[in-house]
Design a binder for this molecule. Sequence first.
Ligand SMILES: N[C@@H](CCC(=O)N[C@@H](CS)C(=O)NCC(=O)O)C(=O)O
Length: 231
Amino acid sequence: MTDLSAFPITRKWPAKHPERLQLYSLPTPNGVKVSIMLEEIGLAYEAHKVSFDNDDQLSPAFISLSANNKIPAILDPNGPGGQPLPLFESGAILQYLAEKSGQLLSQDPAQRYQTLQWLMFQMGGIGPMFGQVGFFHFFAGKDFEDKRPRDRYVNESKRLLGVLDRHLKGREWMVDEYSIADIAIFPWVRNLVERYNARELIGFDAFKEVQRVLAAFLERPAVQRGLKIPA
Ligand SMILES: N[C@@H](CCC(=O)N[C@@H](CS)C(=O)NCC(=O)O)C(=O)O
């Protein structure tokens, strides 16, 4: 029987199935990257909800696993060398799960680095910039009179969408085949347009290639399931 009792997080969120990968998350654009990935690769897992309403992400139990107090985080009872592996940062988790499962990250070195390039592009650019549009347009910052911060992030987000749009011309997905780069990027595009209500502000209708690939992404059954986890 797998024993995860050495990890304080399992006292706040007990594992019913300690032999399965434990996911601590919420269906936010960073959270769903990991639930979508787990659904795509078909690995057994147990999802735990980290409620922001209760500030669960600031609890000592959560921080004992995720030092930066952000979701998503995982605890894999069967990590490298058969030992439990705790991990936070969605990009690192996607890469880990791709390597563990042998799926959604090419074995071909050139294609593999191209995939990681776009994964980093999401982590360093799309996530932080789209997130700031969310703050200044949809969340608390929408009431600020001075619109210059909002406009700065809107302009940068438009620029990033332009980069995606040009790259996607003539391509089905970000790299040759569907990969962790798509799983990182498209939940954020969806969030910008649907949750942050920024379709018009961002001029989304001009980005036809991004629209096409977003629609294909959202049609995938694993994506549809992953977007709702944890319930
Ligand atoms: N770079 C991190 C960002 C994670 C992140 O920002 N998570 C947000 C939800 S999307 C969060 O946990 N926010 C809670 C807080 O800031 O208190 C990752 O990709 O995992």
